[in-house]
Design a binder for this molecule. Structure first.
Ligand code: ACO
Length: 436
């Protein structure tokens, strides 16, 4: 990727004591300008300090744009609502990887290529059998995705564009197979091979929920719902796991190893694990009449309780994905004939009350994607331990797309943050007999 940012006529001035420096300002297509501090250390002998990277752009990217104040999410310029409404997940994958929506012929070719890579090496199934049955499926995913690099040596040369693309296709194609295997292994059922005449989502649901002794019929409404959930999770610019993938990849590590690092990062409850926490919280609330008690607790600074599925580092408005997720949730429950899900009733009422409450309004706390996704995934038949696995499955395309973009950036260098050192100053070694 060639840099397309433009140097703005404006400059930023940094003054420290008597000295001052002019720093270039760069403009992207949309979004805030950035102050280019790449030469700051050379010029000033100082680093910048930004733990948690709240004000730091770590790269230039053309893939995903978020306007957190307006509640906007664009993949390659297209609003998430339009993609989720009109397209399918593989179309979104194509868009994220290639930058443009596919023509009909390109789409058919892409679907064919992904479908023909869905099987995993047969030896992988024996690799799975080394795990304890009660292993968390995320532990299995970290290991099995990392292990792909031991099986597909012909797509680990990151300097070869063709191998990079094959690795990307393999990643998208094999994630559902590995995720379903992690689930089947955990519940003690036989692995189900992919079936190539099914669409991506139906194939995944079949690999999870069919058994060899019964016919499985895909339900198009449920397949569409899971496909839409995958679209919503496909990418989210430089979040923690994506930044992890980029940092791992910046050293030249192979793509499977980098995505395994991303999965490890996603596993944490502050990132991919929040939908599980939101579902648990709705269960704890238990009934609509207990909502005020929990709202009160969420507002109490002496109580560590927070409304899970509410608030977001970037969105200070309604998360656009949460609206689509809410609709999908109603569709899934309707299709499954679940007329009264007490957790959904609690969620709807909790959202209504919170959105009228000064505390949440002032702090711009709105439901995020995780608020309704747990209820939906549970209704689809997934145990909570699989929620983050589904997130990883969908995010794999974002990770690999961002990794590819980074490798193809001619200015790419190893990522190496600096630090503000506050440890001991230099001192001399003391032999053990003389230590107190
Ligand atoms: N419930 C109650 N109060 C909240 C909540 C919440 N869910 N979220 C934020 N606040 C309050 C904070 O207490 C703080 O109040 P104060 O200004 O009076 O001190 C204010 O809102 C700002 O909160 P921060 O923690 O500074 O916001 P930050 O951007 O760092 O955190 C986060 C964002 C971590 C998502 C937070 O909103 C949260 O913990 N939410 C619940 C967990 C969750 O749903 N995570 C999913 C994120 S989406 C994803 O990863 C896919």
């Amino acid at each position: 990727m060639d840099a397309v940012s433009k140097t703005s006529p404006a400059t930023a001035k940094l003054s420290v004591g008597e000295q001052s420096w002019d720093l270039p300002v760069l403009s992207g297509t949309i979004g805030p300008d950035v102050i280019d501090i790449g030469k700051l250390y050379g010029q000033t002998g100082m680093f910048t300090y930004d733990p948690g990277f709240t004000s730091t752009a770590s790269c230039e990217s053309q893939i995903t744009y978020i306007d957190g104040d307006a509640g906007v999410l664009l993949y390659r310029g297209y609003p998430i609502e339009q993609l989720a409404e009109n397209g399918d997940f593989l179309e979104t994958c194509y868009l994220l990887l290639y930058g443009e929506l596919p023509t009909a012929a390109q789409k058919a070719d892409f679907d064919y290529r992904v479908t023909r890579h869905t099987m995993v090496h047969e030896q992988m199934s024996r690799f799975f059998h080394g795990f304890r049955r009660d292993a968390h499926p995320m532990a299995v995913m970290v290991a099995s995705v990392g292990a792909l690099s031991a099986f597909y040596h012909d797509s680990t040369d990151i300097s070869d564009p063709q191998q990079r693309m094959i690795a990307s296709i393999r990643m998208i194609a094999k994630m559902p197979t590995l995720a379903a295997m992690a689930y089947k292994y955990n519940i003690g059922q036989p692995f189900v091979y992919p079936q190539n005449d099914l669409d991506y989502a139906s194939n995944f649901l079949r690999m999870c929920f069919s058994v060899p002794c019964e016919e499985y019929k895909a339900n198009p409404i449920l397949s569409r719902a899971i496909d839409r959930i995958f679209i919503l999770h496909a990418d989210h610019e430089q979040n923690a796991s994506t930044s992890t993938v980029r940092l791992a990849g910046s050293s030249g590590a192979n793509p499977f190893a980098c995505v395994a690092a991303g999965i490890a990062c996603l596993w944490g409850p502050a990132h991919g694990g929040a939908n599980e926490a939101a579902l648990k919280m709705l269960g704890e609330i238990g009934s609509v009449d207990r909502i005020p008690e929990f709202i009160k607790r969420a507002k109490d600074k002496n109580d560590p309780f927070r409304l899970m599925g509410f608030g977001h580092r970037v969105y200070k408005n309604y998360d656009p994905r949460a609206k689509i997720m809410q609709r999908t949730c109603h569709e899934v429950l309707g299709e499954l004939g679940i007329k009264d899900d007490p957790l959904l009733d609690i969620a709807v009422e909790l959202e209504r009350i919170a959105l009228q409450d000064e505390y949440f309004i002032e702090r711009k706390l709105y439901p995020n994607i995780d608020f309704y996704s747990g209820i939906t995934l549970r209704a689809l038949g997934f145990p909570t331990s699989m929620f983050t696995v589904l997130f990883a499955l969908a995010r794999a395309v974002g990770w690999i797309g961002q990794w590819k973009e980074m490798i193809e950036d001619p200015g790419q260098r190893i990522g190496r943050p600096r630090q503000l050192y506050t440890g001991a100053a230099q001192r001399d070694y003391v032999p053990i007999a003389r230590r107190k």
